[in-house]
Design a protein around this ligand. Structure first.
Ligand SMILES: Cc1cc2nc3c(=O)[nH]c(=O)nc-3n(C[C@H](O)[C@H](O)[C@H](O)COP(=O)(O)OP(=O)(O)OC[C@H]3O[C@@H](n4cnc5c(N)ncnc54)[C@H](O)[C@@H]3O)c2cc1C
Length: 456
């Protein structure tokens, strides 16, 4: 059996179920032209992915394997591999958004497609209600997940007896209608400019874990304080699989033995599974509301103010600046921004989701879409639409001294911290080079409630 190992969301050698199978294999990665064509040449994720791929290639070589790199549409790549190189089977780990499911279905018409369970802790059909239907609410999902959790969910995958098939892995194989090769594979040859990642983004996942080990016991409190780097910062690593979720689970077991309460962090990992499970079962959530008919009101001007950090609401603008400058945004600030866009600005949640998708290093369709639907109050969450974050009280609670805001918003650095959480002060005083709030919180919240109520 000549087997293709298709790396997608599992860019690592360590603890990878794809590499457990063994046999005559060709490990590959495809730069999918359908996805890449939509990205700007300065996309930060491409630098992250390319670095991870080069590391993967080196690590595979150390195991006597290699990684063949392709550019093109996956169906064209597999058609070429089947006709020119007689492959029978492709194995790949799960990816559940609509594009990925359709892509995999198309590939399965070309050669046998063997899905491997690796990306999440649970399989999408594993944590279900007693009647076999999917959970819509996180807490019962979490409780059930805990009862089903078994040591095999964190068992390390071994490196199988893999024999590399004779194949030229030194070139980037460009598969369009006529196959040709580019040498050597570089970011530039793919049409991208290398970006300077932050020091933290440049760390290996294990270095990040080492840093986070010192903070884990404070995680429940520190994770909400915007100026602290109180979370793991592992989002992009989990997204692209530069570390396996099982490795994180085993790491948590070790920390638990040291007496640390690991449950709050474990819970967030289960959240990731929950959202992936929801999108798998309800693919229509990718673009449609689950509850409520209210679709938002299109307004290009206010959307532009949001995307250019010109809303005059400091915490929102600082969050957008963080996103544009680093490809990251603190979780609480993501919630505040999403609430502001969907409730105070009354814009369609899909616009915000797309904006985040464009820039987030850890962009993941399920987590992003479901989080936006949660904030808009349109998703599966039974919590009603009247959850509206007040960006000023949120600032007072989680960035009282304005350290986070001032870090990302240079215009307000000289402004006393109390201004940043006080809408009245911001409305009445002029800050040089910084706009006044484009909406009043109370007025816009009332308008949002009226709209939602009328579309029940
Ligand atoms: C509007 C909005 C959009 C979001 N978009 C994404 C996205 O595209 N991709 C993404 O991975 N997360 C997304 N999140 C969830 C969360 O903000 C990020 O997972 C988290 O900020 C990543 O930072 P971290 O790795 O330091 O998190 P940590 O707190 O260290 O958590 C560890 C890991 O657990 C998972 N996790 C943590 N919180 C959540 C959560 N609320 N939902 C789902 N998984 C979670 C992530 O994989 C994360 O890396 C979004 C949240 C909101 C409110």
């Amino acid at each position: 059996m000549r087997r293709i190992l298709w790396f997608r969301r599992d860019l690592r050698v360590d603890d990878n179920r794809l590499l457990e199978l063994g046999g005559d294999v060709l490990p590959i990665f495809i730069f999918d032209s359908t996805i890449l064509d939509r990205l700007p040449s300065n996309d930060r994720r491409m630098t992250f992915i390319f670095t991870a791929l080069m590391r993967l290639k080196e690590d595979l070589a150390r195991h006597g394997c290699n990684l063949a790199l392709f550019y093109g549409k996956p169906t064209d790549v597999f058609t070429w591999l089947v006709t020119q190189h007689s492959f029978h089977e492709v194995c790949a780990s799960g990816d559940y958004d609509i594009y990925a499911l359709e892509r995999d279905r198309d590939v399965s018409h070309i050669l046998e497609f063997n899905p491997i369970h690796d990306t999440y802790i649970f399989e999408p059909e594993e944590v279900l209600k007693n009647d076999g239907s999917p959970y819509l609410v996180f807490t019962p999902f979490y409780n059930k997940a805990k009862t089903l959790f078994h040591p095999r969910h964190q068992e390390k995958a071994s490196f199988g007896d893999n024999h590399l098939i004779d194949f030229d892995c030194s070139h980037l194989h460009h598969i369009d209608h006529q196959q040709h090769t580019l040498l050597p594979p570089t970011l530039e040859s793919l049409g991208f400019e290398p970006q300077t990642l932050t020091a933290h983004q440049q760390m290996t996942p294990h270095e990040k874990l080492e840093c986070f080990a010192k903070k884990l016991s404070d995680y429940p409190k520190a994770r909400d304080i915007m100026s602290l780097m109180g979370t793991s910062g592992m989002g992009a690593d989990l997204r692209f699989g530069t570390i396996s979720v099982r490795t994180l689970l085993r790491w948590l077991v070790e920390r638990k033995k040291e007496g640390v309460d690991t449950e709050p962090f474990f819970r967030q990992l289960i959240f990731r599974d929950f959202y992936a499970m929801l999108l798998y079962h309800f693919p229509q959530l990718e673009s449609e509301n689950f509850r409520y008919h209210f679709k938002g009101i299109e307004n290009v001007e206010t959307f532009k103010a949001f995307c250019t950090a010109q809303t005059g609401v400091p915490i929102v603008d600082a969050g957008v600046r963080q996103l544009l400058e680093t490809g990251e945004m603190h979780n609480r600030v993501r919630m505040i921004c999403a609430s502001f866009l969907t409730k105070n600005l009354l814009l369609p949640w899909q616009w915000g989701e797309q904006f985040f998708a464009q820039y987030l290093m850890d962009y993941d369709a399920s987590s992003n879409i479901l989080s936006w639907q949660w904030s808009a109050g349109t998703g599966v969450d039974p919590q009603p639409y009247f959850r509206i974050f007040n960006p000023y009280t949120q600032t007072l609670r989680f960035d009282k001294e304005g350290m986070y805001i001032k870090h990302y918003l240079p215009q307000v650095r000289e402004v006393p911290a109390k201004f940043l959480s006080d809408e009245t002060l911001l409305t009445h005083y002029t800050i040089i080079d910084y706009p006044k709030p484009i909406v009043n919180h109370k007025v816009s919240s009332k308008k949002a409630l009226d709209h939602f109520k009328s579309s029940l």
